[in-house]
Write a protein that binds this ligand. Structure first.
Ligand code: SAM
Length: 288
């Protein structure tokens, strides 16, 4: 079965999917800045994903595309000492940061593995729940990824994933794309925003509802907040996948893009700072 129109028509859907090696390289570079305060959206979103998924004490949970562990540690708290969270990611440096937190807080119910989250290598029906925070839309074949999670979750178990909805990070992300495009050599491949880009409710609904999953629900929640200034917006860029087109510029154009872009962004700041618009989509479904 192939995913329907909503997924094909997503913004940026014409960009070629990023192979997992490219995702790994981007997030290995982003890892050092990922847990900075301006990117607190991932913590907010992780808490909401756990709520939507209804994670309970004693459960075995897979966190697919775990990164530095925003969802992992929120889930670990919910499953408690009788449960376990297995966190997998392709970017070693993201997992290194999760490992640091395990050591720092003495967490005993989390395991980390370097693994392709779209092909988890676990026994069929092993998990009570599979969670994926902001990583599904980075996977080249989202449908295959969800199917692989359906295999490893038990009948009656939960699959829940989140992604950024339309409008997220705008107009800032659009200004960044325009700034990069002005500098990009005209004959070079145009920069792409992400693997699939911004998800839509319809796309998420198709994924949750047409793969044989029961009771698919999709909710959109506004999780925006104020950044102090344009410099904090640059922290968001460099701590996330948004940095990829900037990384591909040579050093001097990258500096020029940064200064021109941040001057534009600074003009949008008001008395409360710079608004970071964030809408997060949460999809939950049960394996029948
Ligand atoms: C935006 S981060 C989200 C991290 C975390 N789930 C959170 O909510 O903060 C995306 C993560 O997905 C990982 N990722 C993307 N595609 C992957 C794949 N096919 N296999 C494993 N990890 C993947 C990236 O390496 C990155 O750490």
């Amino acid at each position: 079965m192939t995913i329907g129109n909503a997924c094909r028509e997503r913004e940026f859907a014409s960009s070629a999917p990023w192979p997992v090696q490219r995702i790994r390289a981007v997030f290995n570079r982003a890892a050092a800045g990922y847990d900075r305060e301006p990117l607190r959206v991932y913590g907010f979103s992780a808490d909401r994903l756990i709520r939507h998924a209804g994670i309970r004490p004693g459960q075995k949970v897979l966190d697919a595309g775990a990164g530095t562990g925003a969802v992992t540690f929120a889930a670990a708290q919910c499953v408690g000492p009788t449960g376990r969270v297995i966190a997998i990611d392709t970017a070693e440096q993201m997992l290194d940061r999760a490992q640091d937190r395990i050591g720092q807080f003495g967490i005993t119910n989390v395991d980390l593995h370097l693994m392709d989250a779209a092909q988890p290598e676990f026994r069929s029906g092993y998990f009570d729940a599979v969670l994926c925070g902001h990583a599904l839309d980075l996977m080249p074949d989202m449908e295959a990824a969800v199917r692989s999670w359906m295999r490893v979750v038990r009948p009656g178990g939960t699959i829940a994933f989140s992604g950024f909805g339309p409008g997220t990070f705008e107009p800032l992300a659009g200004l960044l794309r325009a700034a990069v495009a002005r500098t990009w050599p005209p004959d070079a491949v145009p920069p792409v925003q992400g693997c699939h880009g911004v998800a839509t409710i319809d796309c998420f609904r198709e994924l949750a509802g047409t793969l044989g999953l029961a009771g698919g629900q999709v909710a959109e929640e506004p999780l925006g907040y104020h950044l102090r200034d344009a410099g904090e917006w640059w922290d968001v860029v460099m701590g996330s996948g948004l940095r990829e087109p900037v990384d591909r510029l040579d050093a001097v154009p990258a500096d020029a893009v940064r200064s021109a872009h941040l001057a534009e962004v600074a003009r949008l700041a008001g008395a409360d700072g710079l608004w970071l618009d964030v809408r997060v989509l949460f999809a939950t479904a049960t394996r029948s």
